[in-house]
Structure formats: C-alpha cells, structure tokens
Design a protein around this ligand. Structure first.
Ligand SMILES: C[S@@+](CC[C@H](N)C(=O)[O-])C[C@H]1O[C@@H](n2cnc3c(N)ncnc32)[C@H](O)[C@@H]1O
Ligand SMILES: [Zn+2]
Length: 282
C-alpha cells in the first residue's frame, strides 16, 4: 500500500508516495520513481548528476570514526539543547542539509524521541547517505543542496546545516513560520593549534557577517550566535581522521598525511564552533 510522505519529487515537485513492496520505492502521480539502494538511501541525482565533489568513502569513514570517539559530542549536546529550549512542541520535522553521516541529526533524534516523526537527511555523498539511512524515521537522500530541496514550503520545524554548503533561499522556503534554522560553522580559532601542520585551510574571520547578510536577504533573521569552545586531547589517529574528514580530504594524500600524523604526539587542540540561529521575521 502507498503511504504519503513529506518528500517532493525532484523532477516535478509533486508529493511522493512510498511503496515498500516489492521494493522500497518513492513515486509521484506523474510516474517518476526512485528505488531505494540496498543500503536504504534514495538517490535523486539521477541522469546528469552534479558537478560537485562528493565526500569519498575514506573521508566519510574518517568522519564516522572521529565522531564515534565522542570528540564533537559537546556540539551534538548543544544542538539538541537548543532545539528543546526553542519549545517547538512534539513531533518535530527536521531536515539536515549536508548531513554527512547524520551524526548531529541522529543525536537529536536519540535524545528527543518526539523528534522522530519525519526527518530528511540530504547529502551529495552516497557514502554519507548509506550511514544516515540507518537513523530511525529518517529518509536519506543523495541530493545537491544548491538545488530545490525535495520538500514543500513551510513544512520543516528545524533546518540543520553543519559545516556544509548553505542555501538560504531554500532553507527559508521549507522552514515553518515559527521554525528554527541552525547553521554550524567552524570559528576562526577552530583547531588553530594544528591547522597548518595538517594542511587544513584557514577560516575567514568575516564568515559570520557574510552568513548573516546572506540569510537576511532571504527573510531569515539572525537570532544570535553561540560560540562553543573546548579542549580535546587528540592522538595521532584522531589527528589523521580530523584532517582527512574535512574538505582537505579531497586534496591530501592519505599516505603523506599518515606519515605526518604518526610522527605527532598526543596534542591538546581546541574545537571552536559558531552555532548561528535564524528564524523568519515575525
Ligand atoms: C564537512 S562535511 C559535514 C557533514 C555533517 N554535517 C557533519 O557535520 O558531520 C560536509 C558535507 O557536505 C556535503 N556536501 C558538499 N557539497 C554538497 C552539496 N552541494 N549538496 C549536498 N551536500 C554537500 C559533503 O558530502 C559532506 O558530507
Ligand atoms: Zn514527479
């Protein structure tokens, strides 16, 4: 039997229905069909695909391993707390744009079962979406966040966007009138003790201002930014994963990086995150 979903067809934008038998399929009334991959995610980037680089299997594995060791758990906690304190009620619909493995979304769903209702995880990387597809009540979709997001206007209570490309026009379109858009960026002093050594790019100090202005043009008003800074004790395996899981992973040679990180002692390194909150103007 077909069940209605809050997901829209990437071709014609009509609401998709889900049929579980004989295959797990999303289909629209016009006849566009998307079968789930055997790992449970859907790939809407069929045909020509996209010109953006997806995170590779090795990068996604590095991210998953680093996150499983709990180094970014304080950030996951903060995101969950912010959502609860916002008092958005139960049965929240969350969309995570550029979700990666779905770590922050997963923690949010785990700590607040009321948010289990209907989550969508989007990422351009198939390897990331294989992981996110394992989250409860989550539809994981390979998709490019620069395109129209596959859900209807004003349907999402929370739009989450951590260290990933932002599309404020689309975040604004899908966010409910009283919803909350949470954008997490690395602060300029994030990992400053090891950035150069590990070949990571520097972070522009004017990033927040640019972000706030970009979102304001799409009727997303800045509600404030919280900086979360804490010290982590990282060994050579952590340092390898940390460098390889980010954008530098597209350029770094894993062997050369391993040689560098194997020669490093355990290090005290600061994580520093900016958590920006946006909402529609009331
Ligand atoms: C630094 S990772 C962050 C992942 C996750 N939010 C986290 O914090 O663990 C950036 C993610 O953005 C995804 N990404 C990059 N460009 C994208 C695009 N145009 N559309 C969707 N996802 C994209 C990458 O595949 C990667 O998983
Ligand atoms: Zn369609």
């Amino acid at each position: 039997m077909a069940a209605s979903t809050s997901i829209n067809c990437p071709v014609c934008a009509a609401p998709l229905e889900q049929v579980k038998q004989p295959r797990n399929t999303l289909q629209c009334p016009t006849g566009h069909r998307f079968d789930a991959a055997k790992q449970g995610y859907f790939n809407f980037l069929t045909g020509k695909g996209t010109s953006f680089l997806e995170d590779t299997a090795a990068m996604v594995l590095a991210r998953e391993s680093f996150q499983e060791r709990g180094h970014y758990a304080p950030l996951a906690n903060l995101i969950s707390e912010i959502v609860v304190n916002q008092g958005l009620g139960s049965n929240l619909n969350v969309l995570d744009a550029g979700a990666g493995t779905g770590y922050y979304l997963g923690e949010l769903l785990r700590r607040h079962p009321s948010t289990h209702q209907d989550a969508i995880a989007l990422d351009i990387s198939r390897y990331a979406m294989r992981r996110a597809a394992k989250l409860p009540n989550t539809t994981a979709i390979v998709w490019d966040v620069w395109r129209r997001l596959p859900t209807s206007n004003r349907t999402r209570d929370v739009v989450l966007n951590c260290f990933a490309p932002h599309n404020p026009a689309e975040f604004s379109r899908v966010l409910r009138a009283n919803g909350l858009c949470i954008v997490v960026t690395a602060a300029p002093d994030h990992l400053e003790e090891v950035r150069n050594e590990l070949g990571m790019l520097n972070i522009g100090a004017d990033k927040q201002q640019i972000l706030v202005e970009k979102f304001a043009t799409e009727n997303l008003v800045h509600q404030g930014t919280q900086n979360l800074k804490y010290e982590m004790l990282l060994d050579s395996r952590d340092l390898f994963d940390l460098a390889f899981m980010g954008p530098a992973g597209h350029h770094l040679s894993p062997d050369a990086l391993r040689t560098t990180t194997d020669s490093l002692q355990q290090r005290r390194v600061h994580a520093s995150f900016d958590v920006h909150l946006f909402a529609h103007s009331r």
